[in-house]
Design a protein around this ligand. Structure first.
Ligand SMILES: Nc1nc2c(c(=O)[nH]1)N[C@H]1C(S)=C(S)[C@@H](COP(=O)(O)O)O[C@H]1N2
Ligand SMILES: [Mo]
Length: 259
């Protein structure tokens, strides 16, 4: 967790981060934090997701979760790019991960598939896979980091989400792009992240049609975010100002969760 967090905030002045975070903390948390030395390590512990052992820790986490989103959003620079790698660096086999095993993963029929669009957009037409495949695509080799303590480099090809948002006339002053997946998984993505140049509607992994394991037919690949903010088997998107929650977000993980 410590290592992951420090990976996530490259270029951030840790002293400033600690100072700003301290200001935003609820009183009780701040007192404990200062008593604990107000270090980045302590902040990491507070903002991490592995401190939920006791009731006290859970309480701290709930408070901290709020300020952590604010802190992280404040230091998010939409122009900072996630590192990219040569194709030879791709992790093979690339891990499968979900809250269930692979044999229970959605098995989507590409012919029946429709990507539904709703909320604050001009064109609410549903998209077939053939229509999506016809969109301009780019390839990106980036690192996927999971809160469960593993990371892997993958090669993802697809359409930049900002391009699609423009195409459908999405209100990009709205707060969120909220995604829903075939099995019910959900995740809200803040608009600056949705518009980030590397955020991608992904259709291919390592040049092959996206396999079922990694989210066939479409996942949203966000290299500036933790793995759980990369929804697979995506079937719907809503542009909204409402915070509509998400599978892991509802269980206490920070919605921002990124660099
Ligand atoms: N629909 C859906 N998307 C999901 C998940 C899931 O359970 N269901 N798990 C998330 C988590 S926690 C991770 S780490 C990545 C794993 O993606 P991978 O199987 O391509 O490694 O998918 C994310 N997106
Ligand atoms: Mo994850």
């Amino acid at each position: 967790m410590r290592r992951i967090r420090s990976l996530l905030i490259p270029g951030v002045d840790t002293k400033l981060l600690v100072r700003d975070a301290t200001r935003l903390m609820p009183d009780l948390t701040r007192r404990r934090f200062i008593a604990g030395g107000a270090s980045l390590g302590a902040l990491t512990m507070l903002t991490g997701c592995d401190v939920v052992d006791s009731d006290a820790a859970e309480d701290v986490l709930k408070h901290v979760s709020k300020f952590n989103d604010a802190v992280q959003a404040a230091i998010f620079n939409p122009n900072t790019l996630a590192p990219t790698y040569p194709e030879s660096a791709v992790t093979r086999p690339f891990p499968f991960n979900a809250y269930y095993s692979l044999d229970e993963a959605p098995d989507i029929d590409g012919d029946d598939y429709r990507f539904e669009v709703s909320g604050l957009v001009e064109n609410k037409k549903a998209w077939t896979l053939a229509e999506l495949y016809a969109l301009p695509q780019v390839k990106q080799v980036t690192r996927h980091i999971c809160v469960e303590g593993w990371s892997a480099i993958g090669s993802w090809t697809g359409t930049p989400l900002h391009h699609f948002l423009k195409l459908i006339g999405a209100d990009t002053s709205a707060k969120y792009c909220w995604f829903r997946c075939a099995e019910g998984y959900t995740s809200p993505i803040d608009m600056p992240t949705a518009l980030h140049p590397q955020t991608q509607m992904t259709f291919r992994f390592a040049d092959e049609i996206l396999p079922r394991a990694y989210g066939y037919p479409m996942k949203i690949r966000i290299p500036t975010k933790l793995g759980f903010k990369n929804p697979k088997y995506v079937v719907a998107m809503e542009i909204t100002n409402d915070y509509m929650g998400g599978y892991w977000e509802d269980q206490g993980y920070n919605s921002f969760s990124g660099s």
